[in-house]
Ligand binder design. Sequence first.
Ligand SMILES: [Zn+2]
Length: 362
Amino acid sequence: MSAKFRKRKIQKQAAGEEFRTALSKKEYLALDPGEFLLGIDIGGTNVKYGLVSVEGEILTSNESNVSFDRYETPILKTVLKSVKQFLTHRHTNNILVSRYGKPLKPKGIGISTTGQIDVEKGLVAGTCGNPPDWQATALKEIFEEKFSLPTTAANDGNCMILGEAWRGAAQNYKNVVGITLGTGLGGGIIIEGKLLSGTRGFAGELGHIPLYARGKECTCGLKGCAEQYISVSALHRRSREIGQSFSNARRLCQDIKQGKVHPDMLALFNRWIDDIALFLAGMVHIFNPQLLLVGGGISRQEDLVIRPLQAKVEAAIMPSFRGSVHLQAAELANKAGLLGACKFWLEQEKEGYFTGSSSAVK
Ligand SMILES: [Zn+2]
């Protein structure tokens, strides 16, 4: 068997399995056109895309690398090409066609992306320079023209919390503040069951709340932003500054548990947790949430991250707030953005976004 053929066969099996795990054949057959959306989650490294039912099930999904040639191919070009391939791929579109005997078309496209997103216009209004060539990308306009489907775009931190509120750890909570600890610091806020959008949809830029006056310069041009202190990248940078760099956060946590790290690194890690707790205490005082949701790979560290954070936040808030806020790890990992992008689309539809005069949908 040639390597190429073997690879194709594995992909076919993987696609089939992925498809089967979502819904039963009976449920597929009962699925009507217009009962699912195309979700797209655009990050700095990868783009994920999938068909998501209006109930919040990922029917089938895939992902492509967008930084494979260091963005020599513009990120938008890669995304459009990948999505087009996905929609015409026989493991997605044709399975639906053959099972139903008719083509099924998503009812719309929900996009989650990094950057400050003007949700009214569906365009990227700010990026802090990353990823390159992303500033001012008119996502809604471009996707509607290319695919003839009504489209929304929203910030990835906001989509993460919407996804978790829809199908993950934040279900059944009305007031939630969510953060994602990763390369940056993403976030989103849900108040009375609704995403807090702000005037232009920029609300929830939690990474750029100033944490230290005259602090470190941030990619956004300001100083002392929370992202520069409590993202995982910040932990990496600060560890390098004290000559204790680590390869990845999971390994670091393993070493901490086994008592293998230098006391300076342990102190740094604890200070990092203190900074996150200080930041979250501020969120508690502003929003009085029932739930603080922490996402990102490191949130799986229950003993080293989640439990210490819960205790430290509790100690850092005013007595009247104590005992009413729960802190826990996000559940959906990298699926949250895809689901949240579609949930945002559905919420916008409910509010008449597509029938308004600003919509480009015919
Ligand atoms: Zn900043």
